[in-house]
Design a protein around this ligand. Structure first.
Ligand code: FAD
Length: 381
């Protein structure tokens, strides 16, 4: 690596105080040799022995990158009683799993988990490390990166490799108006966190086999300063990323009350309610319901886009849903271009009719919590 060292101080005319030009010397900094760094390592996020979907999605994407680089795909599983999860990581695409299984690792804590990751990176020497951009992953990746002479590209939505084996980690930048591709040219491992719901997990394949290599915990229980006393589940917070059915509403709802209509349909289908950004910005619904570029990226089996026009910033967050049903009174709304089924009409007539049909089909009692639903249902017969 080359850098320029300047000695002497410029005056206003660009001359040094002594009248001579400032002295500029080229100094050459040693670039460490990372040529023995090979392979891709995915750090698996788990809670109570259950992996987060993003970990399997990263193994799916990691498999593609590993194929391009002709290298190994590895996983790191940390926790207590997580042997089965290590096996699961093999079924989900890993060639090899490093497993750190110890009672004191039952709950996530930054220091012991990051120490294990650092030890694994120093031993395994992967050229790429990928972690989910969840609260857990952001905390862990940051803690690891501060101890390594390398960068960290956070919150990626696209991953690829170039002909020089460099990771091309792309993420929205400048208030999400453009996509920036970031390379880490000099140092290894190249590290990135990636959004949930963006990449596709591989189908589970129990015929796959691979090595599971135990690694030691790096800290004993009394060296860990923090203790987890209890977990308080935030039950009101909607989990869009794991939802299989999402009923999302947009500005076309015209206010907060009609979200009760969407909740009725979501309840009948066993799904959750999503929203476009204007509905969130207007305060009609909480931000954790927002789908899109600045909200969640979702991949449900069924996605209803109701009173949503289909702006690119919304579509980018839901376009990979298995089946998309759009309800809009404008036949030219762009949402119909990504929808598998489109219904042109007034949502206030269509949504209650669908809810009613679903309830009848599933033999659910009609228990409307919403006066809007009752009013429409009684007029529509
Ligand atoms: C940097 C940036 C980031 C962004 N991030 C996001 C994001 O994460 N998520 C997001 O959603 N947006 C995001 N946006 C905003 C995005 O550009 C659009 O403005 C937004 O998605 C539009 O929301 P909408 O479809 O609800 O509203 P509109 O575009 O106003 O569409 C409302 C639709 O409702 C229909 N409608 C009205 N009344 C009825 C009715 N009675 N029955 C049926 N249909 C009806 C209309 O025909 C219309 O198509 C972002 C924008 C920027 C600049």
């Amino acid at each position: 690596m080359e850098a320029e060292k300047v000695t002497g101080v410029d005056d206003a005319a660009g001359q040094s105080a002594a009248g001579a030009k400032p002295r500029r010397e080229k100094i050459v900094l040693d670039t460490p040799d990372f040529s023995d760094y090979r392979g891709i390592l995915i750090v698996v996020e788990q809670r109570a022995g259950l992996a987060k979907k993003v970990s399997w999605q990263l193994l799916g994407e990691g498999r593609k990158l590993a194929q391009k680089l002709d290298t190994e795909l590895m996983a790191l599983v940390i926790g207590s009683d997580v042997g089965e999860l290590a096996q699961e990581a093999i079924y989900r695409g890993a060639d090899k799993v490093y497993l750190c299984d110890s009672e004191e690792l039952r709950d996530y804590r930054t220091r012991p988990y990051s120490q294990i990751c650092l030890h694994a990176i120093a031993t395994v020497k992967p050229e790429i490390v990928l972690i989910g951009a969840t609260y857990w992953g952001r905390d862990l990746a940051g803690a690891i990166a501060t101890h390594l002479p390398t960068g960290l590209t956070a919150d990626c939505t696209q991953l690829d490799v170039d002909e020089n084996r460099l990771l091309m980690a792309s993420r929205p930048a400048f208030s999400e108006k453009m996509l920036a591709t970031i390379l880490c040219k000099q140092y290894k491992p190249q590290m990135a966190t990636a959004r949930s719901g963006v990449f596709l997990a591989l189908p589970r394949d129990p015929s796959r086999s691979g090595a599971i290599i135990p690694i030691p915990a790096q800290m004993s229980a009394d060296e860990i300063a923090t203790e987890v006393l209890a977990f308080l589940e935030q039950t009101e917070r909607v989990n869009l990323e794991d939802a299989e059915i999402i009923v999302a509403g947009g500005r076309g709802l015209g206010g907060p009350e009609p979200f009760a209509l969407l909740q009725e349909l979501a309840d009948a289908l066993g799904g959750v309610v999503g929203a476009s950004r204007p509905a969130v910005d207007a305060g009609w619904i909480e931000h954790d319901h927002q789908v899109g570029q600045t909200g969640s990226t979702v991949r449900p089996k069924l996605y209803f886009a109701i009173g949503i026009s289909g702006a690119v910033q919304h579509v980018v967050g839901m376009q990979h849903s298995d089946v998309i049903v759009a309800i809009n009174r404008d036949p030219d709304a762009p949402i119909f271009k990504v929808a598998n089924f489109g219904i042109v009409g007034d949502l206030f007539a269509i949504v209650p009719a669908i809810t009613k049909a679903v309830r009848e089909r599933r033999q659910l009692p009609f228990q409307s919590k919403s006066s809007v639903v009752e009013a429409v249902a009684s007029t529509s017969g």
